[in-house]
Design a protein around this ligand. Structure first.
Ligand SMILES: CC(=O)N[C@H]1[C@@H](OP(=O)(O)OP(=O)(O)OC[C@H]2O[C@@H](n3ccc(=O)[nH]c3=O)[C@H](O)[C@@H]2O)O[C@H](CO)[C@@H](O)[C@@H]1O
Ligand SMILES: C=C(OP(=O)(O)O)C(=O)O
Length: 431
């Protein structure tokens, strides 16, 4: 199994440019949206991630023609005979596979999608996706671990007003995609406003969908008979960008991110400034200069435009060496503090009290390398950040989590001065 081996030191500094890729969480629903039409869709700025490769595999398994992902470009063409069954084998490796449910049901009148099950960060049910589709007239049963959804007589969903119990990102995306081909008008109240939802809506509009309220929590969709071909460039990954900015906040240095969209990163940039990072923000670049020990920052994770849960672990890594104590409250997922135990193995001083993690910053020199286990995607990134500062060798195990959402993280960090390489089969004796 592959691992990352980091030779860390409190003297590590990062200097240089890092190119940010397209957003995983936009590219995934966008690739699923290609199922809504029999015409080809050309996508650009698609990141080469494990989750994207899984999506390509899933689409091909359904019978969709997908070109190889080359130079961030892929063409997807869902014509001919398309299967409506997404099997457990692929869904279990990537929860976002649930995003084929809305498009398959809307276009073909039926879908079988394996229930994704829980994951490290929480139970993550999909009841709101199901409730919304039922409101649109779908008949839904759970059979042998699969969601079996059927559209009403005539094979077409019906427009409805849907109020979800909570704000759900993929729930909004599934219902939005389903509504584009429904008969009549659908109103999604309490919709997620995440930039990745907006990016999906932009693609759908360029495919001929009629959507109003894009970027707000009330989406109004007038269903159309059919959608057509389009070309779309995926929005920049604000979480990848935020992760590298946290890396600079922790190590110090001078790094410029390119191909970013700073306008969708307000909450994160604000907290970085509070930590003492000097930021120079351009149209598509962010330069971060850090010359001091970080100041601790406290926050609660919330839906966009609030502080994203997907940045919580990386900020905790910086708080771990900050000059003081911070309180971080996780309000989105019930079990997203798995990184705390692993950070403490590196010498951090963090205690969890209910949904709040209290971090007493330690001197960077107090950290020492160890073998640590990646438990989920962003937890893995936070351990890489801390490993760059901890003296000696840190081995981050189970990096398949990291590869789900970061494209060649070790190469990008090595290019700006980190000592980090991909290895396999290393044990504690190497530390
Ligand atoms: C592929 C993708 O885009 N993943 C993102 C998406 O995940 P995802 O869309 O799965 O997260 P949701 O926004 O749906 O989850 C928010 C909360 O609602 C709960 N919930 C959700 C749906 C439902 O039917 N029932 C229910 O109870 C979840 O368990 C969670 O506690 O948004 C999360 C919150 O910003 C991010 O951390 C993930 O990176
Ligand atoms: C939790 C995440 O992704 P997913 O919803 O795909 O598990 C993430 O991107 O941090």
């Amino acid at each position: 199994m592959e691992q990352l081996k980091i030779s860390g030191s409190p003297d590590t500094r990062l200097n240089g440019d890092i190119r940010i890729g397209g957003a995983k969480n936009a590219a995934l629903p966008i690739m699923c949206a290609t199922l809504l039409t029999g015409d080809p869709i050309q996508l650009r700025n698609v990141p080469d991630l494990r989750d994207i490769r899984t999506t390509i595999k899933l689409l091909r398994e359904l019978g969709v023609t997908v070109s190889d992902l080359e130079h961030d470009k892929v063409t997807v063409h869902a014509y001919g005979s398309i299967s409506t069954k997404a099997t457990y084998e692929l869904v279990k490796t990537m929860r976002a596979s649930i995003l084929v449910l809305g498009p398959l049901l809307a276009r073909f009148g039926e879908a079988w999608v394996s229930l994704p099950g829980g994951c490290a960060i929480g139970a993550r049910p999909v009841d709101q996706h199901i409730k919304g589709l039922q409101a649109m007239g779908a008949e839904i049963t759970i059979e042998h671990g699969y969601i079996h959804a059927r559209a009403p007589e005539g094979g077409r969903l019906k427009g409805a007003r849907i109020v979800t119990d909570m704000i759900t990102v993929t729930g909004t995306e599934n219902l939005l995609m389903a509504a584009t081909l429904a008969d009549g008008t659908t109103i999604l109240e309490n919709a997620a406003c995440e930039p990745e939802v907006t990016d999906l809506a932009k693609l759908l509009i360029s495919m001929g969908a009629k959507i109003e309220g894009v970027g707000t929590n009330r989406l109004v969709i007038e269903g159309v008979e059919r959608l057509h071909s389009a070309t779309h460039t995926v929005v920049s990954d604000r979480i990848e960008a935020g992760t590298f900015l946290c890396a600079v906040a922790a190590t110090g240095g001078d790094v410029r991110l390119t191909h970013v969209d700073p306008t969708i990163m307000d909450a994160v940039l604000e907290k970085l400034r509070e930590m003492g990072v000097e930021l120079e923000v351009g149209d598509t670049t962010i330069r971060a200069v850090m010359n001091q020990r970080p100041k601790p920052v406290s926050f609660r994770t919330t839906e966009y435009p609030g502080f994203p849960t997907d940045m919580q672990a990386q900020f905790m890594a910086v708080n771990a060496i900050a000059d003081g104590t911070s309180h971080v409250t996780e309000t989105i997922f019930e079990n997203r503090f798995m990184h705390v135990q692993e950070m403490n193995r590196l010498g951090a001083s963090i205690v969890v009290d209910g949904h709040t993690a209290i971090t007493k910053g330690v001197e960077p020199a107090a950290l020492s390398g160890a073998m640590v286990m990646a438990t989920d995607l962003r937890a893995s990134a936070s351990l890489v950040i801390l490993g760059m500062i901890a003296s000696g060798t840190t081995i981050v195990d189970r990096i398949y989590h990291l590869d789900r959402g970061y494209e060649q993280m070790e190469r990008k960090l090595s290019a700006v001065g980190a000592k980090i390489e991909r290895v396999s089969g290393m044990g504690e004796e190497e530390v």
